[in-house]
Write a protein that binds this ligand. Structure first.
Ligand code: SF4
Length: 356
């Protein structure tokens, strides 16, 4: 079945139209449990470009309910250091859940199951595995470590925090691909209304005015990568997932209406900021805090200090420079936290600049 693209800005209406066009009702069964996995990476509303617009999820919920499916759960685990419960509230999911009597599950508190896939032992949240039909609802965004974050990477919110750290120490791509093999998803609905082409955590939103629906996460990600001018080979977890049989990198695309079919260039800002530090196996939340701190500093016209180090690869190592996070505490000075806040990093950077 092709990927369906619909342009506009009313998430609920676009999703319902796309699902009706695909005759999704034929695949529904009122006896089944439906799990919806949005991207609530942190507690920031969708207009920031970081998180899934609740109106997109509302379109899915109302479509399910219209066809007699009432066993619906929304589940997520925000990134390291952020509270999913807070994200549910700030991002509008508490209100949504109350309105439609849908259960909210904070996967940070969930039990896990160990699965073996792609030569890796993977811990996966039980609730995500237990639903009959997993609906993945990512946001189309650029990512400073993997270049793209969309369907395949969004499942990283279905694993415990300790696994999120471990994925980074494993290089991120291979475990993401294996996770998608171990945790099947049945539908992907991409929120491409507002994304962010600089930061995964939002703050520099880009209006893209579209929703993209498909059943193959590899095909959806390949298509979304192409919108950013990237091929599947530019995002290694896409080709790795294809090799594991998760899906195909090519799929036909149908557009339901006319819209702004423009391509979007990933911003160069993140690449420029990355020149200021040395990274080894760093978690996304840690890098996110550092990137934001550097961004704020540059906005004020300040030149960041040299020799900044971040990541699990610096655990137990010593050296001259500024270490970011508990892992890099062995440097001359360091910012504690796992992850540290952007505010604490800004303070440390400013103090390093003053003492330069
Ligand atoms: S300090 Fe940063 S890199 Fe180290 S484990 Fe914590 S979040 Fe990850």
């Amino acid at each position: 079945m092709p990927i369906t693209v619909i342009y506009g800005s009313d998430g609920k209406d676009m999703v319902r139209q796309a699902l009706a066009h695909r005759r999704w009702e034929l695949a529904l069964d009122p006896h089944r449990t439906y799990g919806i996995k949005p991207n609530l990476v942190l507690a920031r509303p969708s207009h920031s470009g970081a998180t899934t617009d609740p109106s997109v999820v509302e379109g899915i919920i109302t479509f399910l309910k219209d066809h007699g499916c009432h066993k619906i759960k929304i589940m997520e685990s925000s990134w390291l250091g952020d509270s999913t419960t807070r994200a549910f509230r700030i991002c509008g999911y508490e209100v949504l859940a109350q309105r439609y009597q849908v259960e909210l599950i904070d996967l940070k508190k969930d039990r896990t199951v160990t699965a073996e896939q792609g030569g890796l032992q993977l811990e996966i949240c039980r609730s995500a595995l237990d639903v009959d039909c997993l609906i993945n609802v990512p946001v189309l965004k650029a990512h400073c470590q993997t270049r793209l974050t969309c369907a395949l990477k969004n499942l990283k919110g279905c694993i415990p925090d300790r696994e999120k750290r471990r994925y980074h120490s494993l290089g991120l791509h291979r475990p993401i691909a294996a996770l998608n093999k171990a945790l099947p998803q049945h539908l992907v609905v991409v929120d491409g209304i507002i994304g962010d082409l600089t930061f995964e955590e939002g703050g520099t939103p880009v209006h893209m005015h579209r929703v993209i629906v498909g059943t193959d996460p590899v095909a959806v990600d390949s298509y979304c990568a192409s919108l950013l001018g990237l091929g599947p080979e530019d995002v290694p977890y896409i080709t790795m997932a294809a090799e594991l049989g998760v899906g195909n990198t090519y799929c036909e695309v149908e557009e339901l209406n006319e819209g702004r079919q423009s391509l979007f260039a990933p911003s160069q800002t993140a690449d420029a900021l990355k020149l200021h530090f040395t990274e080894a196996e760093a978690c996304s939340a840690c890098v996110g805090s550092l990137m934001h701190a550097l961004y704020r500093l540059k906005e004020q016209g300040k030149r960041p200090p040299n020799s900044i180090f971040i990541g699990q690869g610096f655990k137990g190592k010593e050296g001259r420079g500024l270490g970011i996070g508990n892992c890099a505490r062995g440097f001359t000075s360091s910012v504690p936290g796992c992850p540290p806040t952007a505010r604490a990093i800004i303070d440390a950077l400013e103090s390093a600049i003053e003492n330069r």
